[in-house]
Ligand binder design. Structure first.
Ligand SMILES: [Zn+2]
Ligand SMILES: [Zn+2]
Length: 147
């Protein structure tokens, strides 16, 4: 088990979680582009029972869209911070908020059909034009999401 720590840019919000392996997905959709200000989001799904807020939980703001998309961010610095994954007992952890340099594999690429022309990174993992079945994605990420 590896213990991973993370925080927002200003440090007001901090968290930790433990995991056997760190397997992320990247999403190239237009919403993730807006939310990150960059070419794609990179996210880990972490079981709630393995996750602990260390500080700053009251300083979290949220934004949700009608289609179920949701993002949490620090009210002070605007950095994305972990948020609950739909009605699963999982948290979406934005990989950029993780401290240090733990080894992270990217297993799944979503919404490549929406990819920006200037999104020039070489991709690893399974690649999908839009969104495949959710249970497939969870399997590739090695998580079992009980609702
Ligand atoms: Zn902050
Ligand atoms: Zn997206």
């Amino acid at each position: 088990m590896e213990e991973v720590h993370g925080q927002c840019s200003c440090g007001a919000i901090g968290y930790k979680f433990s995991a056997k392996s760190l397997i992320a997905y990247q999403c190239h959709c237009s919403i993730c582009r807006k939310a990150t200000g960059s070419a794609f989001s990179t996210t880990l799904l972490v079981p709630e029972r393995a996750f602990t807020w260390l500080r700053g939980e009251k300083g979290i703001s949220s934004y949700a869209k009608e289609n179920g998309y949701k993002v949490n961010f620090c009210s002070c610095c605007g950095s994305p911070v972990p948020n609950k994954f739909r009605d699963f007992s999982l948290l979406c952890v934005p990989v950029g908020s993780i401290d240090g340099a733990p080894h992270i594999d990217v297993a799944v690429q979503l919404y490549l059909g929406s990819r920006a022309q200037w999104d020039s990174d070489t991709l690893t993992g399974r690649q999908f034009h839009e969104m495949p079945r959710l249970d497939e994605v969870l399997e590739f990420l090695g998580v079992h999401g009980q609702r």
